[in-house]
Design a protein. Structure first.
Length: 317
């Protein structure tokens, strides 16, 4: 008897990741292909179809595909599967992605943004399994967030809820690409952390980072900062302390607003911050009015590079 599985598709501005995922959240096969983001709508759709074909050819024997889940950059409408006007996918404007794939594949199709989908995957199969109310954040090039209440993604009135990375925490802070000032994304994402380190290094503060970057502060990355901090470098440790202060203040607001059962942290920066999560939680004293912040754990996500594929699959599982 065949076992059920799902195709998960994670669309980015330059590439598409796709996978075959079983109904327990195990990624059985993976594939990557380029995304045609600046061509026509048909070109973009053809790239998705090609990625699906590639990974379907890897479906293990004894498995039958029951649906296709897709993570796409937003804005999008998760109810209709229409991709509205994502800045990094100019090929699509009010494009009916779910319906287009459904017509060619004759299986159920759902479309969701990546952070919401990743939150659902962590709830169903990952680090948040067993919790009811989850706040998920992916900290990397940007900061994405997803909210799950009682096993379901919280979408808000139109599907636009959950943009926690653009929660303003400094009205006079730097301008975010979204147009607001002081968003947590522009203060604590990977590029923001690296920028602070570069500024300190360029000001003449000696650091192991100068050695890691061969004397030129411009290529300093968050990975370098984590390495230098673990080796006792004062500048790198100061940058991490600043980052912990910002994230604690932001998440303190989240606790007061949502009081989730758990906070799950994923994304490339999370591995750097992993050793410091308890220090970040200590900073909640004075950063929130919730009387029991110590009862809310902050844990690292289960899914790493597979977060988008697993998240897309979770939509259909």
């Amino acid at each position: 008897m065949s076992q059920g599985c799902v195709v998960g598709v994670d669309i980015g501005g330059t590439k598409i990741a796709a996978g075959i995922v079983d109904l327990h959240g195990n990624v059985l096969a993976r594939g990557r292909s380029p995304m045609v983001a600046r061509g026509s709508a048909a070109d973009g759709l053809a790239a998705i179809e090609s990625a699906i074909n590639t990974v379907l050819a890897q479906t293990p024997s004894g498995y039958e595909v029951q649906g296709i889940g897709i993570c796409s950059p937003g804005p999008l409408d998760p109810k209709t599967g229409v991709v509205i006007n994502p800045p990094n996918l100019p090929c699509w404007r009010n494009f009916p992605l779910a319906e287009s794939i459904r017509k060619s594949r004759n299986v159920p199709v759902k479309v969701e943004n990546d952070a919401n989908a990743a939150a659902l995957a962590e709830t169903k199969w990952g680090a948040a399994r067993g919790y009811q109310n989850i706040f998920y954040t992916c900290i990397g090039t940007g900061i994405g967030t997803g909210i799950v209440f009682d096993g379901a993604i919280y979408h808000g009135r139109t599907g636009a809820a959950g943009e926690g990375g653009h929660m303003g925490i400094d009205a006079k802070g730097p301008l975010c690409p979204c147009g607001k000032r002081g968003c947590v994304e522009v203060l604590a994402s990977g590029p923001a952390i690296a920028r602070r380190a570069r500024e300190k290094s360029a000001a003449g503060v000696f650091s192991k980072l100068n050695q890691l970057a061969a004397g030129d502060p411009s290529p300093i990355t968050s990975e370098m900062i984590g390495q230098a901090a673990s080796e006792g470098d004062p500048l790198a440790q100061a940058v991490i302390r600043d980052t912990l202060d910002i994230l604690a203040y932001w998440l303190g607001n989240v606790l007061d607003l949502l009081e989730p059962d758990v906070i799950v942290m994923g994304g490339g920066v999370s591995s750097m911050l992993g050793p410091y999560l308890s220090e970040m939680r200590d900073r909640w004293n004075g950063a929130c009015i919730n009387p029991w912040p110590e009862k809310i754990p902050v844990i690292l996500a289960h899914y790493g590079e597979d977060a988008g594929v697993a998240g897309a699959a979770a939509l259909m599982a």
